[in-house]
Ligand binder design. Structure first.
Ligand code: GUN
Length: 276
């Protein structure tokens, strides 16, 4: 029997636990979100983050700009860095052309970096220190643990080497004693590599790429992809219907990794508050 890893339900449970915790805090944690430009997908993501934050009792402060200069954006980040009532800062990506993303992300106080994208936090993750961890990989780990507690010695294959997902994902799996292989667009014979994976993480960005014959019998399969098909429906990077029977556990798309990403943002905000 395949276990369906329902991220929608798990995220709901995480949010309930956070709401209980927040009720007992002396003040509401505050998350500042910076949205620049007119990317419609980013606008939807930010709206969802704002709604989720408010529902658990996190105050959200959205700073929206059609355009802003690099210097003005840096000045705003410095202001938020020194504002004691702001616990978390998130700059929605991608930034419009003309803004230097690296410089912007590095300007955020690492202790308020609820996305876990600051180089200091990525470095701390690498050396095994306690640090804010990027929300999507953190959510993936919680989903994996729904299927299996102890991951020691398992072969994990991560497809995708982004700083937002693939690289921190590999570190988290390594921290839990997996043998981790990172695959990417230049990897040779990807299907064969995947067939050795007890845990397979697909962050490819191409719809329904992973097929049943890529999958080891009883693997745990986590699908990070969100692709819109021509018929308007969402699908992942894994061909869910093809792979389902072969897996021990698999995430659907939608209602898999996506809701967990937002729940982990809320968790990181509360953790930033509590570590002050
Ligand atoms: N754009 C797409 N995903 C993310 C995310 O997790 N954080 C931020 N800041 N921007 C994103």
């Amino acid at each position: 029997m395949t276990l369906l890893l329902n991220g929608f339900e798990l995220a709901k449970q995480c949010r309930l636990e956070l709401a209980e915790k927040i009720k007992k805090l002396p003040r509401r944690p505050k998350l500042a979100v910076l949205l620049i430009g007119n990317d419609p997908a980013s606008a939807v993501y930010v709206k969802n983050k704002e709604k989720a934050a408010n529902e658990v009792g996190i105050q959200s402060e959205i700073h929206r700009f059609d355009t802003i200069s690099q210097n003005d954006l840096l000045a705003l980040i410095h202001k938020l860095n020194t504002d004691d009532t702001v616990d978390g800062i998130l700059v929605q990506l991608p930034l419009p052309a003309g803004l230097d993303e690296k410089e912007i992300l590095q300007a955020i106080n690492p202790e308020k970096d609820v996305d876990g994208f600051h180089p200091v936090n990525l470095g701390k993750l690498m050396i095994g220190e306690n640090t804010p961890v990027a929300c999507t990989p953190k959510g993936c780990m919680k989903l994996i643990h729904q299927a299996k507690e102890d991951l020691t010695g398992l072969n994990a294959v991560v497809i995708g080497r982004s700083v937002i997902v693939g690289k921190p994902m590999a570190q988290l799996l390594l921290r839990e004693n997996c043998t981790v292989t990172m695959a990417h667009s230049k990897t040779r014979n990807l299907p064969e590599l995947c067939r050795h994976a007890d845990i397979l993480i697909a962050a490819i960005g191409k719809p329904k790429t992973v097929k049943a014959d890529w999958i080891k019998e009883n693997a745990i399969v986590i699908d990070v992809g969100i692709n819109r098909l021509e018929n308007g429906k969402l699908c992942g990077d894994v061909d869910f219907d093809d792979c389902f029977d072969k897996c021990a556990a698999i995430t659907p798309v939608p209602k898999g990794v996506g809701p967990m990403t937002i729940a982990m943002l809320l968790e990181n905000t509360v953790e930033a508050y509590c570590s002050k």
